[in-house]
Design a protein around this ligand. Structure first.
Ligand code: NAP
Length: 301
């Protein structure tokens, strides 16, 4: 790949997980990296770690809470003030909220919609025109396997990810005659802080066969650089998406419900491999659950 010295990438949610690993991918290619995240201290520490590993790569940080309305405008203004030319925009920041919708935290869900959807649209709106005027640029939108199917126990989160896929694919069509590309990265359950932030640490999904942030980022980076429409980085993710193309959404919803349910006591559990295979997804009915505060499953009486 060409040496990208002087070219800037702006990555939201770059302080941990998939965003941090994406920053490492760009650092290997000598991009100027603009890391954006909410918590300043954590962001600074992540930037220091990156600087230590890639000593000749220019790295800057912008701390911003992207659940705030004006955060994208402030980030864009800072980028313009510093005269950075953002060639690649990575809309990666996001979080989930776990539980039955009737019991889950509305404030957290509204903030999630703001971060996962509104800030992503807002940043794309701000950075796209300059890319178009230069007729060069790349945008990576963080979707999920959940973009393709209903996500019981993460109902709002799944809907935000479905929005991102729909939005990304519409832009791909609108931009097809330009040299600006949009790629949607669709990871499966991945070993990051995501499950802790969502309150889903006890879910089967969190305790199953997780992808690594490194492999997800590598798959996303490769597809982005090739200008591909979609990046589905692991076999598990490909199998789940293939199943969603064949099976009715009600079956996928039941399978996702089971996968997202809280882990049963060890003696009653299936093997990890079995619980995440597409064949099992197709066969399984909604799960019984082990209650934490309240069982995240409700059956008709
Ligand atoms: N892990 C998975 O299983 C999985 C699967 C599919 C898709 N994804 C998607 O991958 C993306 C990255 O998540 P991850 O798994 O890497 O989780 P993560 O390790 O928790 O990283 C989330 C990043 O987003 C930042 N962030 C959170 N709230 C923010 C806010 N209000 N303003 C600005 N930045 C904020 C975090 O920074 P602070 O800590 O400073 O807030 C952090 O840098 C998300 O869009 C997620 O939906 C994850």
């Amino acid at each position: 790949m060409e040496n990208q010295t002087g070219t800037s990438v702006l990555i939201t949610g770059a302080s941990s997980g998939i965003g941090y690993e994406l920053a490492r991918c760009f650092a290997r290619e000598h991009f100027h990296i603009i890391m954006v995240a909410h918590h300043e201290q954590k962001l600074r520490e992540a930037a220091e770690r990156l600087e230590l590993e890639f000593q000749h790569v220019p790295i800057d940080t912008i701390a911003a809470d992207l659940t705030r309305d004006n955060a994208p405008d402030e980030i864009f203004a800072e980028v313009q003030r510093r005269r950075w030319q953002v060639e690649v925009l990575v809309n990666n920041a996001g979080f989930g909220e776990y539980g039955l919708f009737s019991d889950s935290d509305l404030r957290k869900e509204l903030a999630m919609i703001h971060l996962n959807v509104i800030s992503l649209v807002h940043l794309t709106k701000l950075f796209l025109p300059e890319m178009l005027s230069r007729n060069t640029g790349k945008i990576l939108q963080l979707g999920s396997v959940a973009s393709f199917m209903p996500a019981p126990l993460q109902a709002v989160y799944g809907a935000t990810k479905a929005f991102i896929l729909s939005f990304g694919e519409a832009l791909q069509e609108e931009l097809k005659d330009t040299s600006v590309s949009v790629t949607v990265l669709c990871p499966p359950a991945t070993d990051t802080n995501f499950f802790k932030v969502a309150g889903a640490e006890n879910s089967k999904m969190a305790q199953g066969n997780l992808a690594t942030a490194e492999e997800v980022a590598a798959g996303g980076f490769e597809a982005l650089m090739k200008g591909e429409a979609r990046a589905v980085p692991t076999f598990t993710a490909k199998a789940q998406i293939a199943a969603s193309n064949i099976l009715p959404h009600s079956v996928m919803a039941a399978a996702m419900h089971q996968q997202s349910a809280e882990e049963k006591p060890k003696k009653a559990t299936r093997s990890r491999k079995e619980s995440s295979s597409p064949a099992t997804m197709a066969q399984n009915a909604p799960a019984e659950t082990t209650p934490k505060k309240r069982a995240p499953s409700r059956k008709k009486e």
